[in-house]
Ligand binder design. Sequence first.
Ligand code: PRP
Length: 214
Amino acid sequence: MQPMITFALAKGRLAEQAFELLEQLGIDCSEPRNPGRQLVLWDKKNNVRFILVKPSDVPTYVDHGVADIGVVGKDTLLESGRPLYEVLDLTFGRCRLCIAGYAEQHQSATRATFRVATKYPNVARSYYDAKGQTIEIIELHGSVELGPVIGLSDVILDIVESGSTLKANGLTVLETVCECSARLVVNRVSMKTKRDRIREIIDGLADQVSKLNN
Ligand code: PRP
């Protein structure tokens, strides 16, 4: 019997695209595709278990070893700071982490400290630390673009995908922090204890990804 593998998947679009790849490897994703209110789903035949969680919780489950493998955006992974093996760029879910604001006015004249509104406080801290710039971080949980529009912050650090949210609010990209996409992450202990099975999954997914991109 193959060792059981548990996948932690970020609910939503990333999970949908992950199912397509996993199905190419012969893993049955019919249960997690239609989970209802169930949070633990199975492909019993292949001894694969799925948990569907909030994107920002994927690194937590994998780091604690209750999931062996996770699919998560690079942005979320960076923010988590968790010591996971990042083994494969799955190439879907592409976006950029950017500093955005008004093209003209980069800092409020009335405030001593430069304010950055973001859902990514850790990424913001290390980005500005590396530049040697002192900032104040305003942590928000959504609609971050409101920050500069309403005068809460000078800029935002957020993901930009199509750019339409920025455009609709009269903001522009000022700096690119990094390029992001979905990543396959593996628990450090599972990588040793379930090495053959995990290697097989990584190699199978890598093949699928290279087919998709050629
Ligand atoms: C994300 C992100 C931006 C937007 C970027 O927000 O925080 O607001 O998408 O996408 P775009 O460049 O294609 O416009 P999300 O839709 O997750 O909602 P939220 O603001 O409530 O977090």
